[in-house]
Write a protein that binds this ligand. Structure first.
Ligand code: PMP
Length: 330
């Protein structure tokens, strides 16, 4: 019989697949690592497991304990999934601008969700951070993972993502490209690949135009899950050799091409990372093996990146329009 003991045991060991169409004119091999094939649908399942394991070991989480985190996205799903299997209560604090779909996903896994108003000062007790801090203080046995400073985030990638890439490329990987959000993915995976290769693998970050990692001040951008307006300690700035800035327009256009031309339905931060990877790969020869990490799937973005009306409302002209029957029969 071949089965996993629990859903948590299926986290990691995601596959690599070669890009064949968007790489037209590029000599290097470009491989993408599909993190949406994790059970919770993103790379964040990896950090959730490592963060909860460490908190149990360190006595910060005890049986019956509660996990409290201000997160609306993939980290919440990862934490909810692992917490549920281990019998912990999960409370996520979300700003009211977050869409109902994201709230529904977290509730579906049995997490409790508290919605806080966006229109209050960040230091107000009603704010996103104010409410989560109060819940941690007042709920006995509460634990706040804090993915932006928790070193178990980068460590999970050092221990799993990095070794998987090295193993699956038979040690031939020459470049690794990943988007930077908390910085955990690039710092942990990049550090492992540099160490194991005798420091020959080149590590390239991808960042939304305007974010601090590529020299900006934190100007708003639309791509989700990446870029920052501060420097989290989960990010080790000595790991990447360079960080390339990518515009929303380029990121979204590539995200759509990945679905239409490669059959890979992923989120906008994945498109962004592929744009950076192809820019780097354009200068490389046929022996180069470029691995790009794609953090999550595209289903959570159907109303945005994959919606022509939404794209056009932000002035992105590359949204193809729908077809009429007459056009199809012409
Ligand atoms: N893409 C998406 C969709 C994410 O949710 C995240 C995590 N914030 C990232 C990319 C970036 O990963 P990391 O936080 O490890 O830098």
């Amino acid at each position: 019989m071949h089965f996993a003991e629990s859903i948590v045991d299926l986290i990691g060991n995601t596959p690599l697949v070669k890009l064949n169409h968007v790489t037209d004119g590029i000599a290097a091999t470009v491989l993408v690592k599909l993190e949406y094939l994790n059970p919770g649908g993103s790379a964040k399942d990896r950090i959730a497991t490592r963060i909860i394991d460490a908190a149990e070991r360190e006595g910060k989480l005890k049986p019956g304990g509660t996990i409290v985190e201000p997160t609306s996205g993939n980290t919440g799903v990862g934490l909810a999934l692992v917490a549920q299997q281990r019998g912990y209560r999960c409370i996520f604090v979300l700003p009211d601008k977050v869409g109902e779909d994201k709230i529904n996903v977290l509730s579906a896994y049995g997490a409790e969700v508290v919605v806080t108003p966006t229109a209050v000062a960040p230091d107000s007790p009603e704010s996103y951070y104010g409410v989560s801090d109060r819940l941690v203080r007042e709920i006995p046995g509460a634990f706040k993972p804090d993915q932006f400073s928790n070193q178990n985030g980068p460590l999970s990638h050092y221990e799993s993502t990095g070794p998987e890439i090295w193993r699956d490329t038979d040690g031939t990987v020459t470049h690794f490209v990943a988007g930077v959000g908390t910085g955990g993915t690039i710092s942990g995976t990049g550090r492992y690949l540099r160490e194991v290769s005798g420091d020959t693998v080149r590590i390239i970050g991808a960042d939304p135009e305007g974010s601090v990692y590529s020299g900006g001040t934190g100007r708003p951008y639309l791509v989700e899950g990446v870029g920052e307006d501060f420097w989290p300690t989960a990010y080790d700035p000595t790991v990447p050799h360079e960080v390339l800035a990518v515009s929303d327009a380029d990121a979204f256009a590539m995200t759509r091409r990945l679905a239409r031309e490669e059959g890979i339905l992923v989120g906008g931060s994945s498109g962004m990372a592929v744009v950076a990877a192809l820019r780097a790969a354009a200068e490389l020869g046929p022996d180069a093996v470029v691995v790009v990490l794609l953090p999550d799937g595209g289903r959570g973005y159907l109303g945005k990146i994959f919606n022509d009306k939404w794209l056009r409302s932000y002035g992105f002209s590359n949204a193809p329009s729908g077809h009429t029957v007459a056009e199809l029969l012409a």
